[in-house]
Design a protein around this ligand. Structure first.
Ligand code: HEM
Ligand SMILES: CC(C)=CCC/C(C)=C/CC/C(C)=C/COP(=O)(O)OP(=O)(O)O
Length: 300
């Protein structure tokens, strides 16, 4: 259990509450949720659609706040996270806890009454998974933390789909699998160049525990099933050529960058440019592939 990381010296303002929700990561979470909703074979009224996306954003924000409530001690030890409201002492942990629990309850109640049970249950699963399975249980215990805990971030397209259709079928499961398999290359590419931060904080991320070589190989190994999942919707008849060709081009680029990272040997002064490029590209990849899904459905 984490302890209070710093003396609280400044009153928190709305920017600190916004920072608790991890807004930058949330943009992609919300985008994949929106694309899952718009790619579904059912129309949802725009106001209900907006409400469902709002619920995903609030639920993800709640999960981010509860993550920061629990790991203020870890965040205080890492350069990348030291300026967050809790480790910087601009907010007390209880406020973050109340904010996170309140937001989670609000998003779930709104989803249930405005949308449907299926979307509510999957949203609840993703909040619970991120907070309890990833943050509290696995993150400090095993380098497989992000493989298993990563499921939390893979649910949003399924939530969007369920909001539009009321259920879940093969296609949203494929979209879940795509993000699930994307998460290890996304995160481990970053972990390779912020390895020292994690080592200092005592977090057992793969490069710290198993070494760089293993991490590089694992990045390559997860990329192969990931691109198969990205390719599958076209031959399975769920999408057309716009999606199929876009996914193939983006997956080809992803594979090339992942292989480059997988086979590289680096010295202590290496600038880690290929790893940084792969991390940045991983984000663009999901934006473009999910965007293509919607363009294919609506404009093809
Ligand atoms: C367990 C799974 C994941 C882990 C451990 C992880 C970890 C990280 C970390 C540490 C960063 C750097 C953020 C920062 O500098 O504050 C990051 C950035 C990012 N992640 Fe992930 N991530 C995961 C899953 C996801 C998922 C599922 C998405 C969305 C679908 C996502 C989207 C992003 C985006 C958009 C950024 C860039 C944020 C920025 O520009 O600052 N991540 N991720
Ligand atoms: C719809 C819904 C509830 C989604 C929630 C899932 C979600 C926000 C997934 C993204 C995962 C994420 C931000 C991991 C960051 O890892 P970390 O927490 O180890 O990163 P840190 O070191 O920056 O805190």
């Amino acid at each position: 259990m984490s302890t209070s990381a710093a003396t609280v010296s400044l009153p928190a303002d709305w920017r600190d509450f916004l920072a608790l929700t991890k807004p930058r990561v949330m943009t992609l979470v919300v985008f994949t949720g929106l694309c899952g909703m718009l790619a579904a074979p059912a129309h949802i009224h725009p106001i209900l659609g907006f409400t469902a996306i709002l619920c995903i954003a609030l639920g993800a924000g709640a999960a981010g706040a509860l993550n920061q409530w629990y790991e203020a001690d870890l965040d205080a030890k890492m350069k990348r996270t030291q300026k967050r409201p809790l480790p910087a002492g601009r907010m007390d942990r209880q406020s973050a806890l109340h904010f996170g629990v309140g937001l989670a309850c609000f998003s779930l109640v709104l989803m249930y009454f405005a949308i449907n049970l299926a979307a509510t249950l999957i949203l609840a699963a993703s909040i619970l998974f991120y907070v309890f399975v990833y943050t509290i249980w696995l993150k400090r215990r095993t380098p497989q933390n992000i493989v298993i805990g990563g499921a939390a971030g893979a649910f949003p397209p399924m939530i969007g789909w369920a909001a539009a259709t009321g259920d879940v079928s093969t296609m949203p499961v494929l979209l879940f699998a795509l993000i699930f398999l994307w998460t290890p290359p996304h995160f481990w590419a970053l972990a390779l160049f912020v390895k020292t931060d994690y080592a200092n904080a005592g977090v057992p991320m793969l490069p710290v525990v198993a070494g760089e070589r293993t991490t590089r190989i694992q990045i390559g190994l997860y990329t192969i099933p990931m691109i198969l999942c990205a390719a599958a919707p076209w031959p399975l008849g769920f999408t057309g050529a716009i999606y199929g060709i876009t996914a193939a081009v983006m997956s080809g680029l992803f594979l090339a960058m992942a292989v480059q990272v997988a086979i590289r040997r680096t010295g202590p002064d290496d600038d880690m440019a290929p790893e940084k490029r792969l991390f940045k590209f991983s984000i663009l990849y999901l934006f473009v592939v999910f965007g293509a899904l919607v363009i294919d459905r609506w404009f093809a």
